[in-house]
Design a protein around this ligand. Structure first.
Ligand code: 7JM
Ligand code: MG
Length: 214
């Protein structure tokens, strides 16, 4: 039977990465996507920016919107302090099934809760379902048209506190113009653009870091 791209990514991890070694999982996916097949992981260049923001925030609670194959999930979770938790939402069940196995290969299942479904449905349930009070860090990497509504929803659900950091991928390519306009003009956010490139290409892209001011 014909495999899917996520399945081929998982195969590359299981063939080339060491079980329980998150950095080898990240390396194996980057090598596959740079040399064999492009895929929409945040990638190594933007991944280094992601790593630096995670290390700076040192979050106890992280929400990731958009898991795909779990590449950024593994990058983030590998940097978290011992009792920190990462909740990652994925709409596509096929992506979720692969991501679970990638996260398990990295040995990070104890730090990660993968939830299947739509962010708009799950954000209002975060407190009751997962005992989350607020998120210290949110990584937006799902559907560009959902960045803004989901951010407004997180505010409405009091999931952000003074100092919560939003980090958004793809603000240039594919682009999230309404979200950028909002976080850059709202008095309730302090925003900063990190110029980079679309994963594994020379095309411009970047990450927008926005601190919620409460
Ligand atoms: C798929 C694609 N093609 C050309 C240019 C960019 C993309 C692209 C890149 C990403 O990093 C994405 N991240 C999350 N969700 C996306 O839909 C997405 C799409
Ligand atoms: Mg992305």
């Amino acid at each position: 039977t014909q495999s899917t791209r996520p399945q081929r990514i998982l195969d590359a991890v299981q063939k080339n990465a060491t079980r329980g070694d998150p950095r080898s999982v990240v390396k194996a996916i980057d090598h596959f996507c740079r040399n064999k097949e492009w895929a929409m992981n945040v990638g190594d260049e933007k991944g280094c920016i992601l790593d630096s923001v995670v290390s700076e925030v040192n979050p106890a609670t992280v929400l990731e919107l958009g898991t795909y194959c779990g590449y950024s999930t593994v990058r983030i979770a590998s940097l978290l302090p011992p009792h920190a938790k990462l909740i990652t939402l994925e709409f596509n069940p096929d992506f979720a099934a692969i991501a679970r196995q990638v996260i398990a290969w990295a040995g990070l299942e104890d730090k990660v809760q993968l939830v299947e479904g739509a962010s708009g449905d799950w954000i209002p349930k975060m407190k009751e379902q997962f005992g989350v009070k607020t998120f210290d860090l949110v990584f937006l990497d799902h559907w560009k048209n959902s960045y803004l509504p989901d951010t407004k929803l997180m505010e409405e659900c009091s999931l952000l506190r003074k100092g919560s950091v939003l980090l958004a991928d793809n603000v240039i390519c594919p682009g999230a113009p309404d979200y950028l306009e909002f976080v850059r003009s709202s008095p309730r956010y302090k925003s900063q653009y990190f110029k980079s490139h679309l994963e594994y290409t020379k095309v411009e892209d970047g990450l927008e870091k926005s601190v919620f001011l409460g």
